[in-house]
Design a protein around this ligand. Structure first.
Ligand code: FEO
Length: 168
């Protein structure tokens, strides 16, 4: 049985993951608007991945006989200064999520909640991967600078991304 505090924190994380999905979908729309279709595709996939994260927490709360409480999702921004700016914002957001996961781990430890701790280890590892992949793209965009050819090469590469199913 989840403690009321843990249940509330996990429900709050469902909201944060939904917001992530919403944010990345808004970033996909922005990139499409500035004609970077590969960037837009990458963010669409990212948005779908966040919904996998939502469902992991959703199913876990139900498996522990808890109550899922869905709350209003904040509206994300609709535009960013540039292609680099959008990825810098994505990196800042992933760091924020990593921080949230860290706090959940601390709460699970404080409560001696081993099942939740085990679930969160998946997210700890996922965040390493998420931050690393976005960080690489930010660095590539900084290298590309104002060179349109380099930007279009990155756009082509990002357009190849496929949805990786979450591993159990
Ligand atoms: Fe669900 Fe990108 O963290």
């Amino acid at each position: 049985m989840l403690s009321p505090k843990m249940q509330e924190a996990l429900n709050s994380q469902i909201n944060a993951e939904y917001y992530s999905s919403y944010l990345y979908l808004s970033m996909a729309a922005f990139c499409d608007r500035i004609d970077l279709k590969g960037f837009s595709h990458w963010f669409r996939i990212q948005s779908q991945e966040e919904m996998i994260h939502v469902m992991k927490f959703f199913d876990y709360i139900l498996d522990r006989d808890g109550q899922v409480t869905l709350t209003a999702i904040e509206a994300p921004p609709t535009s960013w200064p540039s292609a680099l700016g959008v990825f810098e914002a994505a990196l800042a957001h992933e760091r924020h999520i990593t921080n949230r996961i860290g706090k959940l781990v601390e709460l699970a430890n404080a409560e001696g909640d081993h099942p939740t701790h085990a679930l969160l280890q998946w997210f700890v590892n996922e965040q390493i991967e998420e931050e690393a992949s976005v960080d690489t793209i930010v660095k590539q965009l900084r290298m590309a600078g104002d060179a349109p050819v380099a930007l279009l090469m990155i756009d082509r590469e990002l357009g190849q991304r496929t949805l990786t199913p979450a591993t159990e």
